[in-house]
Design a protein around this ligand. Structure first.
Ligand code: NAD
Ligand code: GLY
Length: 374
């Protein structure tokens, strides 16, 4: 097991990464104020892992309330959030009962928001089971639900007190979900970690084959990048915005296409390439660098074009609701080169629209199968 910390003074918390951690509920006890927790999961993850996890809780002397939500990005909304509150109240959960999210980013984001709100805040623990959640969403305290007009528009910053990432759970992850997680991993290389990007270029197929040591390294390196950024800028007043490379485009794709049609990482992949295209058009980055980035996403098998159904004007409309907009100005993360990103508030809308147009035309699903060596 590898451990690193998100340094936030008295709210500093550990991220444990390794195999067999679902069986290590004992690692949670330091974060508990009572020996009863509520576990939020969904109807896909529950049959796979809930029993294993609650057996481990039992063995550590911790009882659990189980809250099983319907799966899917399309259910990341008020109605589902309210089911968590209903269950917490019905089961007489208290302010000091910890809420544990067992699942992917959708579960983690919703459970985290519920934990931030229930009785004005209860302890929260992340047990991420997708690659995307292990490298990104479980770390850093962003919690949210979607609004029909915008992705992750309603939420709160609320840090977990522990992240327990069991890499064994990735064995059951569908290929498409694995690739979606890879897109967020590539993002760290692009924004600030060129040596990691080079490592990914050299070892991507090992990740696609789910080699445990390669996955563990990529998760650790991603989390250490994220932990550093969050430790320096928890509330995204500066550097943390870089983690949104491609996301302004991506959120427009996810909202515009309908939640769940494009996976988050798929939209991030197309979005990063739109950001790269715009960076080239504005003379900030070379075309060779943009091609290098496209080559890596292609190998990861994530989309290199946005959906053909979504015109640039619709993106721009949706992008005006982005959380980085300030005084009506769209702010985008652009690239000077791979490993060097910055926040740009001067991209002309006409250039943004052209960059989108030249990166549009993708059909979905269009993802090739992973190399068949598992
Ligand atoms: P997800 O939670 O929908 O999980 C993907 C699918 O895999 C689901 O069907 C899920 O039930 C299933 N699943 C989960 N674990 C599994 C396992 N071990 N084996 C088999 N199936 C499994 O999606 P995701 O990609 O994990 O997360 C995407 C969400 O995360 C989006 O809503 C996005 O906005 C959010 N996000 C949040 C942050 C943040 O900082 N809070 C960062 C990135 C993304
Ligand atoms: N995923 C972006 C962030 O956590 O800031």
């Amino acid at each position: 097991m590898e451990t690193l910390n998100v340094q936030l003074a008295e709210r500093t918390y550990p991220i444990h990464i390794g195999q067999g951690l679902l069986e290590r509920a004992d690692l949670m006890t330091f974060a508990l104020r009572q020996r009863r927790v509520a576990v939020v999961t969904n109807d896909v993850v529950a049959p796979l892992y809930l029993r294993r996890f609650t057996d481990s809780l039992d063995a550590a002397g911790i009882t659990s309330v189980k809250i099983i939500l319907p799966d899917g990005e399309g259910n990341k909304n008020w109605q589902t959030l309210n089911r968590i509150f209903d269950e917490l109240l019905t089961q007489h959960c208290e302010r000091s009962t910890a809420l544990v999210a067992l699942g992917g980013g959708v579960t983690g984001d919703m459970a985290g928001f519920a934990a931030a709100c229930y009785q004005r805040g209860m302890p929260f623990i992340q047990v991420p089971t997708t690659l995307l959640a292990q490298v990104d969403s479980s770390v850093g305290g962003k919690t949210a639900i979607n609004h029909p007009r915008g992705k992750n528009m309603i939420g709160a910053f609320y840090q977990p007190s522990l992240v327990l990432a069991d890499t064994d759970t990735l064995k059951t992850l569908p290929d498409r979900e694995l690739r979606s997680g890879l897109a967020e991993i590539v993002k760290y290389g692009l924004i600030r970690d060129l040596p990691f990007l080079e490592w990914l270029e050299a070892h991507l197929e090992r990740l696609l084959r789910r080699e445990p040591d390669a996955l563990e390294y990529a998760i650790y390196r991603s989390c250490s990048n994220k932990a550093e950024i969050v430790g320096a800028d928890e509330r995204e007043t500066g550097e943390r915005a870089l983690l949104n490379l491609g996301h302004t485009f991506a959120h427009a794709i996810e909202t515009g296409a309908g939640y769940g049609v494009w996976l988050h990482g798929e939209a991030v992949s197309a979005g990063c390439l739109m950001a790269a295209e715009l960076s080239c058009r504005m003379g900030l980055m070379s075309a060779d660098d943009a091609q290098r980035i496209e080559a890596l996403f292609s190998r990861a098998g994530t989309p290199v074009l946005g959906p053909k159904e979504l015109p640039p004007e619709r993106y721009l409309d949706l992008m005006r609701n982005d959380k980085k907009v300030e005084n009506g100005k769209i702010r985008l993360v652009l690239l000077k080169k791979p490993g060097d990103a910055f926040v740009c508030d001067y991209a002309p809308p006409s250039e943004i629209a052209q960059a989108i147009a030249s990166r549009t035309g993708g059909a979905f699903p269009a993802v090739p199968e992973a190399p068949d060596s598992r």
